[in-house]
Design a binder for this molecule. Structure first.
Ligand code: IPE
Ligand code: IPE
Ligand code: MG
Length: 236
């Protein structure tokens, strides 16, 4: 059975995981980062081609400054520590999202990891940082128009080629942890025909086994893309 080529994950529930244990939210975020390496390795292992992880939304900038600061520090540590995993497993890393809003130190670190992993031919790990689907669409439309194209020549392909995710197939499966059943501005354009899987598990508790179970659930879905399914009776 087919493994989804592109899986997106909305990694939600770090704060609740910590609160349930009487711990500060930062502890949940720390545990959450550990899960990223485990799930990335699992995705490589089963042959997923693209993994898009929602790590920090454009709306998350309105969280309290101390929480943002913890998240940025964890991101720095992740960028330093996980390069080894990327090189070992030939993972190509790239960030999608509005980089202008990120601290310059982190922008530089991201550029460094992207360059180091540029020629890696394994899994593409897309980390959505300072990311908003609407923001991405607006930036892509601006880029499309400034490429000199006439408004009546704008096509879906033209806009698509200016998205942060250009060159990558649309997500087949989007998983969201923590019980919330919404996209929260993740991959709005790209998720037109994605399958969704919602689990109550909080992100710091999301294991490799549950990830593999999600892939299995995907495999038994019937994707029709607006057509009629196979094996249906004739219309007339
Ligand atoms: C997801 O966990 C991580 C980020 C959004 C950065 P949350 O911090 O949203 O955790 P909950 O939803 O409050 O439990
Ligand atoms: C979505 O989670 C963003 C990430 C997981 C990075 P949020 O916790 O920010 O989403 P809402 O506020 O519950 O919709
Ligand atoms: Mg949340």
């Amino acid at each position: 059975m087919a493994i989804p080529k592109h899986v997106g994950i909305i990694m939600d529930g770090n704060g609740r995981w910590a609160e349930l244990r009487g711990l500060p939210r930062s502890e949940g975020h720390k545990r959450g980062v550990e899960r990223v390496s485990e799930i990335t390795a699992a995705a490589c292992g089963v042959g997923v081609k693209v993994l898009s992880l929602y790590a920090f939304s454009i709306e998350n900038w309105s969280r309290p400054a101390p929480e943002i600061s913890v998240l940025m520090k964890l991101l720095e540590t992740f960028l330093v520590n996980d390069v080894n995993l990327f090189m070992e497993k030939s993972i190509k890393f790239r960030v999608i999202g509005n980089r202008d809003k990120l601290p310059s130190k982190i922008r530089t670190m991201i550029g460094h990891v992207e360059n180091m992993t540029l020629d890696n031919s394994g899994l593409l790990l897309q980390c959505a940082l300072s990311y908003g689907g609407r923001d991405e669409i607006v930036r892509a439309v601006k880029k499309t128009l400034s490429s000199g194209i006439a408004p009546d020549e704008i096509t879906e392909d033209a806009v698509n080629s200016h998205m942060d995710t250009s060159g990558v197939p649309d997500p087949d499966l989007i998983i969201r942890t923590s019980g919330e059943q919404r996209l929260s501005n993740f991959l709005l354009w790209q998720s037109a025909y994605a399958e969704f899987l919602f689990t109550n598990t909080l992100w710091p508790d999301f294991t490799r086994e549950e990830f593999l179970e999600a892939l299995y659930q995907f495999q038994i879905r019937d994707r029709r893309f607006g057509k009629v399914g196979s094996g249906v009776t004739k219309c007339s």
